[in-house]
Design a protein around this ligand. Structure first.
Ligand code: IPM
Ligand code: MN
Length: 353
């Protein structure tokens, strides 16, 4: 297969983990005889500094021309502490989602047995937990009509039937490939937008008789996730609820630095770690590259290249088993591996596999 990848390394630790992702991608492509080429493009804070736009037209064009985008992270504290900044790095992320039509954000909550002890929850609750959250990504309050003056402000949580139908279809397709259990998360006891979600889901459910559909209010889902994370297989929800629940989901596993994600939709799909740009660690060679590397696995799997994805997952498992780990997950007395060293180890393992 021939793959054209747009690489958006972004800010903070982005460039360091991005380089590892690219190396792993190249090694896997060599192994399986795929041709891969990379187009690098700017985004986030450094794109604001360079051209005044966190998602410049040139970057958009490169994304559109690619088969997939490998994205790392955006953000810089100099914007966080400046409420009057006119443009922010995060706007680049939102622009990318909207312009590429990335309506489905797939965030797996997957545990690694050897890291279960890092979870704030009891081992027996976490061990074996494995679900995915499908978050609607281009609608709801993030993009609805907004208003703000000094005395009044609002954000509108608007959804149309086609927007709900297409994300539910993605969710049902995932549920079918997994354990056939879909939980639709909403707040239908209070919100009109949620009532439409529930109505549409109830209409669609009979088309998927092999899948068990249940409905849960978002407050209850937030509770259930920590009481019984193994209850869930696939959950689907609107943009804002999904933002909140996926942060909760990521810390259940105890290793937020290990979780990848995929955003898919109308145009080029984007693969990225769920963690942020960790500006304090920039250039220190301490960031964990595994979430980025697992995003490359998701990229391959998106193109149905299952063996390629599996090889990456095995390499990651092997590195963890052999304590080839960045500092935040290293065991006491374990050797010190930096971002680059973990990357080099993975590439070497893949070549020898
Ligand atoms: C995420 C992030 C973004 C979001 C921010 C950075 C705009 O928190 O991807 O979850 O709220 O969607
Ligand atoms: Mn978030």
């Amino acid at each position: 297969m021939e793959l054209k990848v747009a690489v958006l390394a972004g800010d903070g630790i982005g460039p360091e983990i991005s380089a590892v992702g690219v190396d792993v991608m190249t090694a896997v492509c060599e192994k399986f005889g795929h041709k891969v080429s990379y187009e690098y493009a700017i985004c986030g804070a450094h794109a604001i500094d360079e051209v005044g736009d966190p998602f410049p037209e040139d970057t958009f064009n490169k994304c559109m021309a690619a088969d997939a985008v490998l994205f790392s992270a955006v953000g810089d504290p100099k914007f966080d502490n400046n409420p009057s900044a006119k443009v922010r790095p995060e706007q680049g992320l939102l622009a990318m989602r909207k312009k590429l039509g990335l309506f489905a954000n797939i965030r797996p909550v997957q545990t690694f047995d050897c890291l279960v002890h890092k979870s704030p929850l009891k081992d027996e609750l976490v061990k074996g937990a494995d679900f995915i959250c499908i978050r609607e990504l281009t609608g709801g309050m993030y993009f609805g009509e907004k208003y703000q003056d000094d005395n009044k402000a609002y954000d509108t949580n608007a959804y149309t039937r086609p927007e709900i139908e297409r994300i539910l279809k993605v969710a049902y397709d995932y549920a079918r490939k997994r354990n056939k259990h879909l939980t639709v998360v909403d707040k239908a006891n209070v919100l009109a937008s949620s009532r439409l979600w529930r109505k549409v889901a109830q209409e669609m459910a009979p088309n998927y008789p092999d899948v068990t559909t249940d409905f849960m209010y978002v407050d209850n889902a937030a509770m259930r996730m920590i009481q019984e994370p193994k209850f869930f297989d696939v959950m689907v929800t609107e943009n804002t609820f999904g933002d909140i629940l996926t942060d909760e989901g990521s810390c259940i596993t105890g290793s937020m630095g290990l979780l990848p994600s995929a955003s898919t939709g109308e145009h080029t799909p984007v693969f990225e770690p769920i963690h942020g740009s960790w500006p304090q660690a920039k250039g220190l060679n301490i960031a964990n590259p595994l979430a980025q590397v697992l995003s490359v696995a998701m990229l391959f799997e998106y193109f149905d290249l299952k063996k390629e994805g599996e090889l990456i997952r095995k390499a990651v498992d092997a590195s963890l088993d052999q304590n080839v780990r960045t500092p935040e997950i290293q065991v006491a007395g374990g050797a010190k591996y930096g971002t680059k060293e973990v990357g080099a180890w993975l590439v070497d393992w893949i070549k020898k596999a």
